[in-house]
Design a protein around this ligand. Sequence first.
Ligand SMILES: Nc1ncnc2c1ncn2[C@@H]1O[C@H](COP(=O)(O)OP(=O)(O)OP(=O)(O)O)[C@@H](O)[C@H]1O
Ligand SMILES: O=C(O)C[C@@H](O)[C@H](O)C(=O)CO
Length: 325
Amino acid sequence: MNYGFCENRPFDLIAIGRACIDLNAVEYNRPMEETLTFSKYVGGSPANIVIGASKLGLRTGFIGKISNDQHGRFIEKYMRDLGIDTSNMVFDTAGHKTGLTFTEIKSPSECSILMYRESVADLYLSPSEVSEAYVQKTKVLLVSGTALSKSPSREAVFQAIQFARKNDVKIVFELDYRPYTWESPTETAVYYSLVAELSDIVIGTRDEYDILENTIDGQNERTATYLFRHRPSIAVFKHGVDGSYAYTKDGDVFRVQAYPSKVLKTFGAGDSYASAFLYALVRNEDLETALKYASASASIVVSRHSSSNAMPTIEEIQHIVSVHA
Ligand SMILES: Nc1ncnc2c1ncn2[C@@H]1O[C@H](COP(=O)(O)OP(=O)(O)OP(=O)(O)O)[C@@H](O)[C@H]1O
Ligand SMILES: O=C(O)C[C@@H](O)[C@H](O)C(=O)CO
């Protein structure tokens, strides 16, 4: 399958957005009020996605702003040690801090997150810190929706999108909706629809597409019809444990079920899904295979403690796909 990625680029995937810290409850199956111990991991949806993609063998890079302190240095080193290019991750010079996400695991199906994102460094990335020379080195630019929630990060993302469009870089928009730091759902819908219309591929949960469309009862079919009037050629709709769908501008629809898993917690599913989906696309696998890789990857991460460290290898993914073929 040929998705039109430019060959001869030094990177397969560069993401723009947040690289943060996850603090995952070590004592789980209880409310966070009763949790005393948390394990530290690199987190932030776009960081998790490049970590997953890098583990699968893609050549990756990251554009973002991190705090100039122990947390920022921990994040940068962790990502660099995995082979992710961190040359365009800038350290904040104004004292802004790293975003923190505490996770609560009450039961395998009752999980939630609590984000501390007041004045976080990632939202202070400015357009002048996005380099055209860097963006043009990749096949795919992954844009995280949360990076649109505040200026100047919002303008930095639009700058990256403009550079991507100018240099034939495919834009993948991961809706990644987190209510924290957005002013209102109407504001989110304005920016989500603007960016979706400029992207080549859009990935989100049904709920996130409802945010994009500012509706409460959206239908995949109708959303896909709207998107295909604009730039996107593929729209992916995730429905949690009920599986996922990919619609194409050519009129095809693919559905893949979630793979059975010994679930520990549900967060991290979406990020591992996106990393394996993009891996398959960059390797020119067909869309059905991409959905299978994505679902298999998510089924592995929901059985493990973290979102980033837990990302699987390609052998682990292919094993699950072949066992359920
Ligand atoms: N309980 C589960 N068991 C196995 N696979 C799952 C489970 N939950 C989700 N998945 C897989 O992960 C994919 C993405 O999950 P989901 O639709 O919940 O996305 P998300 O909301 O972006 O995830 P996250 O909770 O990480 O934000 C699903 O399409 C499915 O393949
Ligand atoms: O995206 C975030 O900022 C938090 C994630 O790192 C966290 O692991 C999660 O919620 C994944 O879905």
